[in-house]
Design a binder for this molecule. Structure first.
Ligand code: HEM
Length: 517
């Protein structure tokens, strides 16, 4: 009897375990089958497109390990290996990477939702234009776009002049002292410029060791880590790290700063609202143009139902302008400095144009800027070879027919901007720096999507005109005082790495000397 119960209880306990195991395995298999079935369209579509080998569960994630330089090299290697289109599995997620302007032209205006990877930027820019979901983005972009009109931008040139002159003074410390990485000097200038234009507040990054600069720098590094370090994607893991604590502290500080400015300005506006007469289209007050910031205009704008942006929305938009507008412009100026150093003959052409139009001493006038045609071509050629957003990524919400393939809903598309802009097919001798590629006749010969440093379609950058004006003003001030040199020997000598924005692996190496003429 005892022997029987022992065997039967032993037998019984094994059966339960086995049953549990079988049940678990069946559930798992059914779940896998359901997933595969639901995603059959993705797999079928992906099977028609070439791409690197993907392992089960992790896909091609192993290709994206290593330093920002390694990650960038892997991405570029794939673009070179698979011209026009390829697929990459990142865990269970399917990405199509494209580098054909015809595909850009169809997909960029159609796929307006940002890829969820961008959500990591939400911690600082919230639901601002850059990260907003499509319905909110549509509503707010329509309201905000008029604040980037030429008349308002011209008003900012005074700020650009002041900050560029301060930059010239800061650069004096480095003059004749050998090579240095110019980024930290320039980025303080562009941060001062954008903060004053966006909020109407001086953060004095150039003159004081301002805390705000450190926060802005660090938060961009943290966003980058959250995007590229796989395990930081998971909030539960990230929130256990010291990085998360540091991040929350910085966000509290930055939001505290911009929130205070927003609240004060909004209150001041509401206090005087009764005196303001809205113009017929309901946008801006009729006060004479004194120096106003984007924030002042954003507080005044109203949608068709005469509703304005909430305090939270204002804060998100201001933080978006600062994050989207400072490092991008700084990096482009630094690349332009490097190109000026590398091409002394072209530097003379830019210098001659600036002095012919603006003269040697006076500040830049808004009316000068459109006349700086060669300088503009120089900046565009810089943006061609060094587009700050080397790639952008969008989510696909409905099947899109791109002619050769159907891009299925549920996947994401990586737009290889750098790849297109350095493709020999569209840019003969692509690594030759030649601003005349942007002469009107030359531009007319090319597909519009072969040059898209500010993206393309309705969700393109809102700030190209602002950026171009700042960059021209800064170059005008700096080049009239200094000559720029670099130890880089050629464009190809500059290895790039992925960061939130494209950066040179070895820094922006320039040295400057006083101009003698
Ligand atoms: C050289 C300078 C700049 C470059 C190369 C640049 C590039 C870009 C690119 C490529 C995008 C699209 C990103 C995507 O779709 O994933 C973008 C979006 C954006 N940029 Fe810029 N940008 C620059 C300067 C600025 C400036 C100065 C501002 C603001 C004053 C600004 C504000 C924005 C905003 C708000 C968006 C989001 C637009 C939307 O989704 O509607 N950018 N930028």
């Amino acid at each position: 009897m005892g022997e029987f119960s022992r065997i039967s209880s032993k037998h019984y306990s094994w059966t339960v375990l086995e049953l549990l195991l079988v049940a678990f395995t069946c559930t798992f298999l059914i779940w896998c089958a359901q997933c595969l079935w639901r995603r059959r369209k993705l797999y079928k579509s992906a099977s028609q497109v070439p791409g690197p080998f993907a392992l089960p569960f992790i896909g091609c994630a192993l290709y994206f390990l290593g330093s920002p330089y390694d990650i960038f090299s892997s991405i570029m290697m794939m673009f070179n290996k698979y011209p026009r289109i390829f697929k990459v599995w990142f865990g269970p997620r399917l990405f199509y990477a494209i580098s054909d302007p015809k595909y850009f032209e169809i997909l960029l205006p159609t796929c307006l939702r940002k890829e969820p990877l961008y959500d990591k930027a939400r911690m600082i820019v919230g639901d601002g234009l850059f990260t907003a979901l499509v319905p909110k983005w549509k509503k707010n972009r329509k309201m905000i776009a008029p604040t980037f009109n030429q008349k308002i931008l011209d008003n900012f040139v005074e700020i650009f002049n002041e900050q560029a002159e301060m930059l010239v003074q800061q650069l004096q410390k480095y003059c004749g002292k050998g090579e240095f990485d110019v980024f930290h000097v320039i980025s303080k200038c562009t941060l001062d410029t954008i903060c004053e234009s966006a909020m109407g507040v001086k953060v004095n990054a150039q003159t004081k060791n301002a805390e705000y600069t450190k926060w802005a720098d660090r938060i961009m590094e943290i966003i980058f880590l959250r995007i590229f370090v796989f395990w930081y994607h998971y909030d539960n893991i990230f929130h256990m790290t010291n990085l998360s604590k540091e991040c929350q502290e910085i966000i509290r500080n930055m939001k505290g700063f911009s929130g205070k400015v927003v609240r004060e300005k909004k209150k001041a506006f509401e206090d005087k609202l009764k005196d303001i007469e809205y113009s017929n289209n309901g946008y801006f007050d009729n006060e004479p143009m004194k120096r106003k910031a984007f924030l002042d205009y954003l507080i005044e704008i109203r949608n068709d139902e005469k509703k304005g942006l909430s305090e939270e929305e204002l804060e998100d938009e201001v933080n978006t302008f600062i994050i989207a507008g400072s490092d991008t412009t700084a990096s482009t100026i630094c690349f332009a400095f490097t190109m000026l150093g590398l091409h002394q003959d072209l530097q003379e052409k830019v210098y001659n144009e600036i002095t012919e139009i603006i003269g040697h001493d006076r500040p830049v006038d808004p009316s000068d800027l459109p006349k700086l045609k060669y300088t503009e071509r120089f900046i565009k050629e810089t943006l061609r070879l060094f587009p700050i957003a080397g790639i952008i990524v969008r989510a696909v919400d409905e099947d899109v027919d791109i002619g050769d393939y159907i891009i299925p809903s549920g996947c994401s598309v990586v737009f290889g901007i750098l790849r297109i802009q350095t493709d020999e097919k569209y840019w003969p001798n692509p690594f030759k720096f030649d601003p005349d590629r942007f002469l009107p006749d030359e531009t007319a010969k090319r597909h519009p999507c072969t040059f898209v440093p500010f993206s393309y379609g309705p969700r393109n950058c809102i700030g190209p005109r602002y950026a171009m004006m700042v960059m021209k003003t800064i170059l005008s001030h700096v080049l009239r005082r200094y000559k720029i040199h670099t130890s880089y020997q050629s464009v190809k000598d500059i290895s790039l790495k992925a960061n939130l924005v494209l950066r040179p692996k070895d820094g922006y190496k320039v040295f400057i000397e006083l101009r003698k003429d």
